[in-house]
Design a protein around this ligand. Structure first.
Ligand SMILES: CCC/C=C/C(=O)SCCNC(=O)CCNC(=O)[C@H](O)C(C)(C)COP(=O)([O-])OP(=O)([O-])OC[C@H]1O[C@@H](n2cnc3c(N)ncnc32)[C@H](O)[C@@H]1OP(=O)([O-])[O-]
Length: 76
């Protein structure tokens, strides 16, 4: 999943959370998209920070989740 948090001032945070290495699954991809949509509809947000939970950013695409390739390439 990806958690959206409205931070102080003009910042929004999207935190990737998919243990153990915050890989990008279809669910994480949808969470990122939902977070970006929230940030874009909040006109006070001027910058979006994307980070990973538990001190790691991300190991990239989640191996064994072939649908993530389709979603990454085909979703608007
Ligand atoms: C269209 C999209 C194009 C995308 C392109 C890309 O993403 S390019 C980038 C492509 N990505 C890469 O090239 C990164 C490949 N991964 C790495 O280089 C290393 O695993 C590491 C540096 C992230 C962590 O090293 P470390 O020595 O600290 O730990 P460790 O190695 O022992 O792994 C711990 C656990 O994590 C698991 N796991 C790891 N990666 C993935 C994953 N992607 N997915 C799922 N799981 C993953 C691993 O199986 C293991 O699980 P277990 O056995 O405990 O159940």
């Amino acid at each position: 999943m990806a958690e959206y948090t409205r931070l102080w001032n003009c910042l929004a945070l999207i935190r990737l959370r998919n243990p153990p290495v915050n890989s990008i699954s279809t669910a994480v991809l949808h969470g990122i998209k939902a977070g970006l949509q929230k940030a874009l509809t909040d006109h006070t947000v001027k910058a979006i920070v994307i980070c990973g939970a538990d001190g790691k950013f991300s190991a990239g695409v989640q191996v064994c989740d072939s649908s993530v390739f389709y979603n990454a390439q085909c979703s608007p």
